[in-house]
Design a protein around this ligand. Structure first.
Ligand code: SAM
Length: 690
């Protein structure tokens, strides 16, 4: 046996022996020794909980494998297998208990023999405790993880760090909680004062309205009513008061004053201890929370601060509501990465470039090819790129310009005289309005997505960028408020103003982020190494993508090589791709003919499978249910498409498999789900094709 492996087997032997009380094996003790003290206990808080999607867990397990290394087998990606606490407790306890039948404390050779044989199993078994909106992960001894990369690459991780204390609220006790904090402080190497913050309704809920969309069905549900809660017979607020006044915590923990978090939390710190609460997952329907509530205290070391998520499915350059959210797209890409290597990624229904932006955000080395039938794809991706790489000054000017575009308040309807060209020009709003009006007249039946012809796109290309942005906002107002127009509850001007309000507030958030990061950028040369910039924000290090500070020109060249407009998805080249990730048209969002759509789906599936190289993957987002009453076209039905994929693979002498990942719960295997509150539920297929 190799020296390093033997060392680890000896450590396992010690952990087992130290967990024997009399002749009985104590699981809790073993767990503490092997996973907490000699392993790595981590906690991940998700942006969205299981009522939205289950992809956050799948991507987390994939990223943990991707970004971990083994201390004992240098250079190898470790094999990790994820089990629930209950499962692993039963397996390990039963096995070890059977070892102890004729246990002799003076002769431990039998345990060492066992450890040597099974060290690979113990050192690859990861324990996970899944909660409704978060997850505790206990990595075994020997696994080193690049937590920064996991947090940054992810679509759904809000923040992560060391796990300090997790207890069922009904069973939590004051001493137990304080002991966990003490142990954390003893083992924490930093000498700096760490804020201890309770994510409470009292201090946050009235003041975080700006981020309501971002936190709803996510971290919002992890807030605590601090003034009402207790640990056993002690009020939580009394315990916190005692901690605040105790000499023991002076200079080590910082307790902010109660009240508005914006006013009270004026620090900038490398880490923060948070006390939050989460629910168990349900034994039945995974989309509903379970009965049990937990106190969770964790150290936030890194927070994911990607501006793409502020906009999610509403990037400024926009053409229809079928855009995929950035969070979901990132999660799906990450899920595929375990098997992808440096393979080629293709999104043949690329739309406004969500997949492309996510590949660039993570700076994946994979080649990428995104295409779309729409003539507008390239200009949309390009305008979005321009927007995300604008400087603070340019963005501030953009907000000022947009503020002049409110039709009922501003200069709208006025003409401008351009002295250079001696032209009279329309103001952006009037110009955008006239373009939308033309689309309305040309495509009378269309209330879901206008086709932007090549000549229309050429016209767009010749407009000033501001007018194009205003056109996209107008398009959003036109398509998003269809029901309101038909009911006469809103007029176009009102809908436009709402859309404008929304985008201005999003841009303002983006400006704030850019302003916060800028001082940490020493030079643009220093930007090339990592995919993220790490900077100290209020509660911890924040990770924000380098791409938003990069030179637009270099990236524009990549658009020329990687984004293709006017391209039918059925034109995929044979054996050219390793991942096809796509979101085809659903039919209920456009007034397409169903028979045409079913031709598209059947032909596309054959072509997609032929275009995948061996061990390639296909990830396909499909509609599962429309909450608006719109009927789903039969050809988009998941059971039918699953069969089509399997059949098509067989026909081509290939085999389609679900990717074999180890999940602590069957309901995390594909197909995955994602659902919006109001419009639809998506099902997502994921197959490997051999
Ligand atoms: C559901 S959207 C995908 C949106 C994309 N994921 C995004 O985030 O922007 C479907 C896209 O498929 C495109 N499309 C429709 N028919 C197509 C075809 N035959 N070939 C390629 N693209 C097509 C539409 O123009 C639309 O952009």
């Amino acid at each position: 046996m190799e020296e390093t492996k033997l060392k680890q087997a000896k450590l396992l032997t010690k952990c087992i022996i130290d967990s024997i009380d009399g002749f009985e094996f104590r699981w809790e003790l073993f767990f503490k020794l092997w996973f907490r003290e000699n392993g790595n206990p981590l906690f991940f808080l998700f942006k969205k909980n299981l009522s939205v999607t289950n992809t956050q867990y799948v991507e987390l397990f994939s990223l943990l494998t991707k970004h971990s290394t083994s201390k004992y087998e240098v250079g190898k990606e470790p094999k990790l297998f994820f089990y629930s606490t209950e499962y692993i407790k039963i397996t390990f306890s039963e096995v070890i208990t059977s070892l102890l039948e004729d246990y002799n404390p003076n002769d431990t050779t039998k345990i060492l023999f066992f450890s040597k044989h099974y060290i690979d199993i113990f050192s690859s078994s990861v324990v996970v405790d899944m909660f409704f909106g978060s997850c505790a992960v206990f990595l075994p001894n020997g696994i080193k993880t690049n937590l920064k990369k996991i947090v940054f690459d992810s679509g759904y991780i809000h923040s992560a760090g060391h796990s300090v204390f997790i207890r069922n609220i009904n069973k939590a006790k004051k001493n137990d909680f304080l002991n966990s904090i003490d142990y954390y402080l003893e083992t924490n190497l930093s000498t700096k004062e760490i804020p201890f913050v309770i994510y409470s309704h009292e201090d946050f809920s009235d003041y975080d309205k700006d981020s309501a969309d971002l936190i709803s069905r996510g971290i919002e549900q992890c807030k605590i009513f601090v003034e009402k809660m207790s640990l056993g017979s002690y009020r939580l607020s009394t315990i916190i008061n005692e901690m605040q006044n105790s000499e023991e915590y002076k200079g080590r923990l910082l307790f902010p004053n109660p009240g508005n978090f914006i006013e009270q939390h004026l620090f900038h710190k490398e880490k923060t201890l948070w006390l939050i609460s989460d629910r168990s997952i349900s034994g039945g329907q995974i989309k509903n929370p379970g009965q049990n509530r937990y106190y969770i205290c964790y150290e936030q070391s890194f927070v994911n601060d990607s501006p793409f998520f502020f906009f999610d499915e509403n990037k400024p350059a926009w053409k229809s509501h079928t855009t995929l959210p950035h969070s979901l797209t990132a999660a799906l890409l990450n899920t595929s990465r375990q098997f992808l290597g440096d393979g080629r990624i293709c999104d043949p229904f690329g739309g406004v470039g969500t997949t492309w932006f996510e590949v660039k955000r993570m700076q994946l080395k994979n080649r990428v090819h995104c295409s779309d039938l729409s003539a507008a794809t390239k200009i949309l991706v390009s305008d979005n790129l321009y927007f995300f790489t604008m400087s603070v000054n340019e963005l501030t000017q953009l907000v000022k310009d947009l503020q002049l575009c409110y039709p009922t308040k501003s200069l709208a309807g006025q003409y401008k005289f351009n002295f250079n060209t001696s032209n009279i020009t329309l103001d952006p709003y009037t110009h955008a309005f006239s373009l939308i009006d033309r689309l309305r007249k040309e495509q009378k039946d269309e209330d879901q997505e206008f086709e932007l012809s090549e000549s229309f796109v050429s016209e767009l290309l010749n407009l000033p960028l501001l007018t194009r942005f205003v056109f996209y906002i107008g398009l959003r107002a036109q398509l998003r408020f269809q029901g309101g127009y038909k009911r006469n509850s809103i007029k176009f001007e009102g809908a436009f103003e709402k859309s404008l309000d929304k985008i201005i507030s999003q841009i303002e958030m983006f400006i704030k982020l850019k302003q916060e990061v800028e001082p940490f950028i020493k030079s643009t040369n220093s930007l090339s190494e990592n995919s993220y910039i790490k900077f100290i924000s209020k509660y911890s290090f924040s990770l924000t993508p380098v791409i938003i500070f990069k030179n637009m020109k270099a990236l524009q060249e990549e658009i020329e090589l990687e984004i293709f407009a006017n391209t039918d998805a059925r034109k995929l080249e044979k054996a050219s791709n390793d991942l096809i990730i796509c979101d085809p048209p659903y039919g209920f969002n456009t007034n397409e003919d169903n028979s045409k759509l079913s031709d598209l789906y059947s032909e596309f599936i054959d072509k997609a499978i032929a275009s995948l190289r061996p061990k390639g993957q296909i990830i396909m987002c499909l509609p599962a249910e429309s909450y608006t009453g719109r009927e789903l076209p039969y050809c988009t039905r998941i059971d039918l498409i699953t069969r089509q994929i399997i059949y098509s693979a067989h026909k081509q002498g290939r085999l389609a498999y679900k990717p074999a990942l180890s999940f602590p719960l069957g309901s995390l295997s594909p197909p995955y789900y994602w659902e919006s509150e109001r419009a639809l539920r998506r099902t997502i297929l994921h197959f490997c094709i051999f």
